[in-house]
Design a protein around this ligand. Structure first.
Ligand code: XMP
Length: 513
């Protein structure tokens, strides 16, 4: 076990994910965790994350110097690096020139962190984001990397197995960053790197059994997407028929999707319930234009449906509600220390619904999308379920800009269906991570036959990504776009113009709302 000690930075789970990629099991703990508790976990190593603070602010997170004397190897990153220097008697000062982004960095190859990276030139690019720097090393340390403005871009105390880097090795922009983390884990901590998703699966099944107990029941909020399907398999493995999967069809699914989900689960030996709630959701959404407001209404309504279903199935206050929340849902909903980008539906349950259950289980909340897929394979889910493209809980409501109506949902469903058909026909469906149509609220003038039209513009979105935290737009060939465009304007009423969205994430997001 490696511990990632969280000081509130943006990339904390990314560090955890990199550690898992190196085949080492890892958990994220708050920096407030008592030293005794950390020691009892007997970790092979500890990684201090970055954080938004300066070590000199009184309110900044601190750590007891004791942690450096446990004999456990430590790697400090960014704020974690400065905190290590400061706590051990070095000096941290404000940079004359702050460094943000790609920075040319010179490494000392004799440092274990940078060892054995044969193709690493002495200079390579690291990703920096800091306004403070280490101006004086603590006793026993030496600098092992520098940049033009930062004399201590990395430092080590080899005897005590303390290492630190000012830059972010966990982000892709740092060349050889993952190798540096791998070096820390294997060369410094002595890990073998044999942890796998299979181990994670076994451990999670066991901890779910422990938490739910011998008689506890679980109501699973199932959207039929990848995350909740994987969670269904995980819970079925853990508690068998004490699991009830509730699939809420809010009338904002894609064409045929509700029936497809039902058919997929009919083949499976799990308790599956479909609730048709179109009326309920559309009436709550009537006239609502603001994206966050739509999300809040839908998130709350999902909660009330689950509460009603729990009553119906005699699920008590001693039982549990489970959701397939994954890490990007948590972080983008602003539940870490990051900003709220958009509130994902499963982070919006009303308090009274949460209180209706003993607890809400979210065992996937540390995983990224591709890790969830790997877990699904581990659990023996068929490839077509595991590789389905994601579909957001709020469904078409966030792909209809402005107020949602049944007519608009039907129009969008028809257009989206054609888009999907043509992409599949062109053999591109496996290459594009997610693609869908958006009904914009923009109307424009067209000419059809001999007459003037004044109809809606449909936007097509297609992205490639692995983790859905960042994404590129898919390079769909013009001929394919042409075929899609021609079919949609001919076959779908109320649409007379098609545009293709060519923004990346960031600065855009994948969904439009
Ligand atoms: P964005 O639009 O934030 O989307 O770039 C990233 C991924 O998350 C999906 N998404 C959601 N998934 N509930 C979900 O389960 C939501 O409320 C939600 N909002 C966005 C989106 O489809 C993309 O795959």
């Amino acid at each position: 076990l490696c511990i990632v000690l969280d000081f509130g930075g943006q990339y904390n789970q990314l560090i955890a994910r990199r550690v898992r990629e190196c085949g080492v099991y890892c958990e994220v703990k708050s920096y407030k965790t008592p030293i005794e508790e950390l020691r009892a976990l007997n970790p092979v190593g500890i990684i201090f994350t970055g954080g938004p603070n300066s070590v000199y602010d009184d309110a900044s997170p601190r750590i007891s110097p004791e942690i450096f004397h446990l004999g456990i190897p430590i790697l400090g990153i960014c704020y974690g690096c400065q905190l290590m220097a400061y706590t051990l008697g070095g000096k941290v000062a404000t940079c004359i020139t702050s460094e943000y982004g790609k920075t040319e960095t010179t490494y000392d190859p004799s440092c274990l962190l940078f060892a054995g990276i044969q193709d690493m030139p002495e200079q390579a690019i690291s990703w920096m984001s800091h306004t403070d720097y280490i101006s004086e090393l603590p006793a026993g340390f030496r600098a092992t990397a520098h940049t033009q403005h930062c004399p201590v871009a990395a430092m080590e105390n080899k005897e005590q197995k303390l290492y630190a880097v000012q830059f972010h090795p966990e982000v892709n922009h740092t060349q050889f960053g993952v190798r540096m983390i791998d070096n820390f884990l294997k060369k410094v901590c002595g890990c073998t790197g044999d942890w796998t998703m299979g181990n994670f699966c076994k451990a999670t099944v066991q901890s779910l059994r422990d938490q739910i107990g011998p008689d506890g029941r679980v109501l699973l909020a199932l959207s039929g997407g990848v995350d909740s399907s994987v969670l269904a398999a995980l819970l079925a493995e853990a508690i068998g028929e004490r699991l009830t999967c509730v699939f809420v069809d809010h009338g904002l699914m894609r064409k045929n999707e509700g029936d497809e989900v039902e058919a997929a689960f009919a083949k499976w030996d799990v308790n599956f319930v479909r609730v048709n709630a179109e009326e309920r959701f559309l009436s709550k959404l009537a006239g609502v234009e603001d994206p966050q407001e739509k999300r809040h209404i839908i998130g709350a309504e999902f909660g009330y449906v689950f509460r009603d279903e729990a009553e119906r199935f005699g699920i008590t206050k001693q039982d549990f509600l489970a959701q397939g929340t994954i890490y990007p849902d948590v972080i983008e909903s602003g539940q870490g220390d990051a900003d709220v980008i958009k509130s994902h539906h499963n982070k919006l349950l009303p308090a009274e619904v949460v209180a209706r259950f003993q607890d809400v289980l979210e065992p996937l909340s540390l995983l990224f999308k591709d890790e969830v897929r790997q877990l699904g394979r581990e659990l023996g889910l068929p490839e077509y379920l595991v590789m389905r493209q994601p579909f957001p809980g709020p469904g078409l409501a966030i792909r209809i800009i402005g107020a949602v109506t049944k007519e608009k949902a039907d129009t969008l469903r028809d257009a989206d269906w054609i888009y999907r058909e043509e992409i599949a026909k062109a053999g591109l469906d496996k290459q594009i991570s997610q693609y869908f149509a958006v009904l914009t609220n923009c109307r424009s003038v067209g000419v059809m036959g001999d007459g003037r039209t004044y109809d809606y513009t449909l936007a097509l979105r297609g992205v490639t990504t692995t983790d859905f935290m960042t994404a590129d737009f898919a390079r769909i060939p013009y001929e394919v776009l042409e075929a899609i465009s021609a079919r949609i304007v001919n076959e779908v009423k109320n649409i007379n113009r098609i545009v293709y969205d060519v923004t990346t994430k960031p600065p855009a997001t994948i969904e439009w709302e």
